[in-house]
Design a protein around this ligand. Structure first.
Ligand code: PLP
Length: 421
């Protein structure tokens, strides 16, 4: 029963250092968030010990009476949250949720049509060496070279040409809404299933601040740890007619024992996502992204070769275009890291630079909104970012401004030991 610090001081030191990093820097990776303490508690609980292959009431192991309650709560809450007919809360991650959904809907060798990886799509939507690219016959749609938006006429043309069995909408780096009704109509026209991967924008959907894909798609997949701010994991929603296929694709099709401690954490996250505090946070997330986009379109930024793809954002992230800047994506990421702002470099569509360098940045606001930031703080953050991308930037001064913000909004104010208790 010895504590971690005693059993394994090296790992205890990693936990402490990482918590310190999260506390002392501005976390702006668009796919990250801070799970609430209640979620961390559920994840760090004795539920991690329990095997529960199967589904509530139909397990292959004894002693599942308590974990059944957790899974039933997670299912009921996520169905309510998104108005879905059926939910499977067992996927270990967003990638496995997508693998299971495809396994349920189509056969190996069938065609899929998704957003090009280099234009903001995800690996699991058809990247060559991902399972999706190896098992299925992949076609892709890209964004328009002028507007950088998905053009539904092009999607339709691609669908008519490729005749896929599954059309996928959803993205990892795209700053605008997609037209789910138009995707549905195209899927119907070519006789394809329609799946939406809302991993990035699920929190906005839950808060009613983004169109919901649920009424349009056969299956909706998501991660739980991005805008939703839950434990690192996945979830699948679907119409009743696909329920059996989805459940059997997850277990026994793909996974063994579900991670019951994580499922308990999902239940907590779905409960919180139905509340007013969560909605307010998503509103601040959107407001922050808009403030950053506007700031990076002002004259000093433009003069430094910085621009914002699509001229703004409808979601929780901003895609910065550095094709005309002296800084490449790697250099810009390093600069921001130097002043205490964590972002990731990101290829822009039609990027002339190689994928490991890139000409873009993806900047997200969910984690800072969770930390409590509102318009005033996001205005300061936007100024810090804009200044860091200027040729004669003052790293010390910017670091001090970052420190002031992090001190103003303490993260996990309890001690590290309490956080992991
Ligand atoms: N789908 C989309 C759109 C994503 O952006 C991601 C993660 O980046 C995933 C799926 C995969 O999620 P995970 O990392 O949990 O496998």
């Amino acid at each position: 029963d010895a504590p971690l610090a005693q059993v394994d001081p090296e790992i205890a030191a990693v936990l402490d250092a990482e918590l310190g990093r999260q506390r002392d820097t501005l976390e702006m990776i668009a796919s990250e968030n801070f799970a609430p303490r209640a979620v961390l508690e559920a994840q760090g609980s004795a539920l991690t010990n329990k095997y529960a292959e199967g589904y509530p009431g139909k397990r292959y192991y004894g002693g599942c009476e308590h974990v059944d309650v957790a899974e039933q709560l997670a299912i009921a809450r996520v169905k309510d949250l998104f108005g879905a007919q059926h939910a499977n809360v067992q996927p270990h991650s967003g990638a496995t949720a997508n693998a299971a959904a495809m396994h349920a809907l189509i056969r190996h060798g069938d065609g899929i049509l998704g957003l090009e990886l280099a234009h903001g799509g995800h690996l699991t939507h058809g990247m060559k060496i991902n399972f999706s690219g190896r098992l299925y016959d992949v076609a892709a749609y890209g964004v328009d070279p002028q507007t950088f938006r998905v053009d539904m006429d092009v999607v339709r043309e691609k669908a008519l040409e490729a005749r896929p069995k599954l059309i996928i909408a959803g993205w990892s780096a795209y700053p605008r809404h997609l037209d789910f009704a138009a995707f549905r109509a195209i899927a119907d026209e070519v006789g394809a299933h329609f799946m939406v991967d809302m991993a990035h924008f699920a929190g906005l959907v839950a808060a009613g601040l983004h169109p919901s894909p649920v009424p349009h798609a056969d299956v909706v997949t998501s991660t739980v740890h991005k805008t939703l701010a839950g434990p690192r994991s996945g979830v699948i929603l679907c119409r009743e007619e696909f329920a059996k296929k989805i459940d059997s694709a997850v277990f026994p099709g793909q996974q063994g024992g579900p991670l019951m401690h994580v499922i308990a954490g999902k239940a907590v996250a779905f409960k919180l996502a139905a509340g007013e505090e969560f909605r307010d946070r998503q509103r601040r997330t959107l407001e922050g992204a808009q403030i950053i986009a506007e700031r990076l379109m002002q004259k000093d930024a433009v003069d430094a070769g910085v621009s914002v793809l699509t001229g703004g954002t409808d979601v929780h992230l901003v895609l910065v275009d550095l094709r005309n800047s002296a800084l490449d994506g790697q250099q810009a990421e390093d600069r921001l890291h130097e002043v205490g702002v964590t972002v990731n470099r990101n290829a822009v569509p039609f990027d002339p630079r190689p994928p490991r360098v890139t000409s873009g940045l993806r900047i997200g606001t969910p984690a800072l909104a969770t930390r409590g930031f509102g318009a005033e703080e996001f205005t300061e953050v936007a100024d810090v970012i804009a200044a860091a991308l200027q040729p004669g930037f003052d790293a010390d001064a910017l670091r001090a401004r970052v420190r002031k913000l992090t001190e103003q909004f303490p993260l996990y104010p309890s001690t590290p030991a309490q956080v992991s208790a």
